[in-house]
Design a binder for this molecule. Structure first.
Ligand SMILES: Nc1ncnc2c1ncn2[C@@H]1O[C@H](COP(=O)(O)OP(=O)(O)OP(=O)(O)O)[C@@H](O)[C@H]1O
Ligand SMILES: [Mg+2]
Length: 550
């Protein structure tokens, strides 16, 4: 049955049958979380995937082991065990696959090539299998999966494909953007208010995502959230802090035993990585922690205080502060000050470090503005489950009379989209659609003049469409969306061919499309009628040719 059929049956029955599960998944770079809708208590609950050991997030680590399964067949190990043994199987352990989603970079394992979505599907399958383990009679009725706010079209499609490969094609209700899920989770516990400005500070293992929302509408039946700024950094997370601590631990070992990191056996290096991470996480709760170096000869213990830890990572803390200020400064609607923000939601495992709250308090000067749930690493998956329950018709707002509550996310284009321009001396990014433009308005045209010396130069050219992820990225850092080759334009003298190029972003799915029209040049050179639409593809050159005569 498809999720729509389940929804219809739920509507007819007027309730959710016991064995039907509505799920929300946060498919993270370093950790993933699955939650289900607890209909008795009318709230989402995370699923403990460690069989009662209390470790809820599943490390997003996939490992291939050749000939170690039953009957010497290949075996896939996913999660904690794969994470713990990755140093022993460095060639066949895959981490952070999320960063590759939407690319065609394959991963070779056991003589076979795998696309990122095929690896991601293994994580999804592992997560949904755990839901099945909760209740052998469990039937998945509907599922919502999270993606980062700035996932491009190709990455979103790859995520949908991963769901398909995990056997969830009929169950996937939709994707939801991670900060939207975080805001939704917050709303059901604390109520968003009209006109509030909310900052979602999502600090994970790999990435810091900062999203600013404006609550554009809030009444009994409707919440409308508009994103006004998106910032942060793709490679700025708990993993970077672990790396600094590992270096510090290596210095302790060298001072005590004279051994360098490379002198350590592989399994001891694994141990060291785990100890460094443990120290970081423990220091979120205690002021000092004694790191046991039991694997060294001689074994020893080294104490690290929270203050020493902060000194060690102070450049990282400073950079984090700058990223917050930058997100405030670079909103689509003009610069905001900390006073304009009504609430900061702390999300992601790394936001549990006490310096995060201190740093934000220093910026926002008001403790009441900074909000964190008990388990911030789970909020996004819980938010996705709220959304899934809404979509399945199970949830109206607890405090309002109205039967149905709808949530609209007014979606804006996350990155600048434009063309590559060659000035003759240098290549430049020419912005057409600016980040922050509402999808509904994301359509821009510009008339370009074609100049050249040869017939070939005047009858054809190549158009490169680019995406500028950060507003201050230099040309070289722009990502290609697609390349269009145009041929068959009329032969005219240089400067006498004018072309109108239009780019637009589709509201559904955020796909970029475009159009090239020959607009002619006065009465002397009427339009040739060349008018072609295109849908660029990242990996294939799109060819447009006109049979235009002079
Ligand atoms: N108590 C804690 N104190 C400090 N850090 C913690 C704590 N608990 C978890 N972490 C860190 O949180 C990070 C994982 O966070 P999370 O699960 O939110 O990441 P993710 O969603 O996989 O990553 P991303 O958002 O980058 O895709 C890890 O670096 C982990 O060490
Ligand atoms: Mg995350």
């Amino acid at each position: 049955m498809t999720w729509e059929t389940y929804r219809k049956e739920i509507e007819e029955k007027g309730q959710l049958p016991e064995d039907w599960y509505i799920l929300g998944i946060d498919l993270g770079t370093t950790h993933s979380v699955i939650s289900y809708w607890d209909n008795t208590n009318r709230r989402p609950e995370p699923i403990d995937i460690s069989n009662g050991f209390g470790k809820i997030p599943l490390p997003s680590v996939v490992q291939f082991r050749e000939g170690e399964g039953d009957d010497g067949e290949e075996e896939w190990v996913i999660g904690e065990e794969a994470y713990r043994s990755m140093k022993m199987y460095p060639e066949t352990t895959i981490r952070s696959i999320k960063r590759k989603m939407g690319t065609n970079q394959t991963i070779r394992l056991g003589g076979k090539d795998y696309l990122p979505e095929e690896i991601s599907a293994k994580i999804l399958k592992e997560l949904t299998d755990h839901a099945q383990n909760l209740n052998p009679k469990a039937e998945i009725a509907g599922i919502v999966v999270c993606v980062p706010y700035d996932f491009d079209d190709a990455s979103q499609k790859a995520t949908m494909r991963a769901c398909e490969l995990a056997g969830l094609q009929d169950k996937l209700i939709c994707l939801i953007k991670e900060p939207n899920a975080a805001a939704l989770h917050y709303n059901f516990r604390n109520n968003l208010k009209q006109d509030e400005k909310i900052m979602v500070f999502d600090f994970g293992g790999g990435t810091l995502d900062i999203t600013l929302f404006h609550v554009a509408e809030r009444n009994e039946a409707r919440i409308k959230l508009a994103v006004v700024s998106q910032g942060g950094e793709a490679q700025h997370g708990g993993d970077d802090i672990d790396a600094t601590l590992i270096e510090a631990c290596a210095r302790f070992i060298e001072a005590k035993t004279g051994q360098t990191l490379n002198d350590l056996a592989i399994e001891n290096q694994v141990e060291l990585v785990a100890r460094a991470r443990e120290a970081k996480e423990r220091l979120s709760g205690v002021q000092r922690f004694r790191i046991p170096f039991t694997f060294c000869i001689p074994p020893f213990v080294e104490q690290i205080t929270r203050e020493e830890f902060h000194t060690l990572i102070s450049p990282f803390i400073e950079k984090t502060r700058k990223l917050v200020l930058k997100a405030l400064r670079e909103t689509y609607t003009g610069s905001l000050t900390p006073d304009d923000i009504d609430r900061v939601l702390l999300e992601g495992g790394s936001s549990q470090m006490p310096w995060v709250r201190e740093m934000l308090l220093d910026i926002f000067s008001d403790e009441n503005k900074i909000y964190s749930s008990e388990r911030p690493a789970l909020d996004i998956s819980l938010g996705a489950t709220y959304y899934a329950a809404m979509k399945m018709g199970l949830l109206s707002h607890p405090d309002v009379e109205s039967e149905k509550l709808t949530v609209d996310f007014e979606v804006t284009v996350p990155h600048d989209i434009g063309l590559e321009i060659d000035t003759g001396t240098e290549k430049k990014f020419f912005p057409m659609i600016r980040r922050g433009t509402f999808y509904a308005l994301a359509k821009k045209s510009h008339v370009f003049t074609l100049s050249g010396n040869t017939e070939e130069e005047m009858t054809g050219f190549a158009l490169k469409i680019l995406e500028r992820v950060q507003a201050d990225d230099p040309f070289d850092a722009c990502k290609p969306i697609g390349e269009i080759s145009i041929t068959g334009l009329p032969v005219r003298p240089s400067g006498r061919t004018k072309l109108r190029i239009t780019l637009m972003v589709e509201e559904e799915g955020g796909l970029v499309r475009g159009r090239v029209e020959d607009v002619g040049f006065g009465s002397e050179y009427p339009s040739s009628g060349f008018d072609e639409s295109f849908a660029p593809e990242r990996f294939v050159k799109t060819e447009l040719s006109g049979g235009a005569s002079v």
